[in-house]
Design a protein around this ligand. Structure first.
Ligand SMILES: [Zn+2]
Length: 114
């Protein structure tokens, strides 16, 4: 399963089409991601970072940690809920809370400000 080199979204199978030429597998989901990847590599070169290192805005990292924390709380709650006998209403409430906590992470794209 191939993923966008920048945002890690899963790429549709198949070739990239005419822009990248035949036979070359697609690496990015969009021109925007291709551009961010290029900019990031340029900055990394300027700062003499290795290929595995990345500079990221503190605010973006904090926000990601916040979302992950909320998700971990929701998972813990759901696990606790599952240990008890639940009514359908309680089950739905638990599922809604879990989805609400997970949703921000499904639309998050790191390093690609709107
Ligand atoms: Zn992408």
């Amino acid at each position: 399963m191939r993923r966008c080199r920048w945002c890690r979204i899963v790429l549709a199978p198949g070739r990239s089409g005419r822009r990248q030429g035949p036979g070359r597998p697609r690496e990015f989901c969009s021109q925007r991601c291709r551009q961010w990847d290029w900019v990031s590599r340029q900055r990394a070169r300027e700062l003499a970072l290795s290929d595995g290192e990345l500079v990221m805005a503190r605010g973006e990292l904090d926000s990601l940690h916040d979302d992950l924390y909320v998700l971990s709380c929701a998972v813990a709650d759901a696990q606790r809920d599952l240990e008890d006998e639940m009514t359908l209403d309680e089950c739905l409430r638990s599922l809604r809370w879990l989805l609400e906590a997970a949703e921000p992470l499904t639309v998050r794209r790191l390093g690609t400000p709107a």
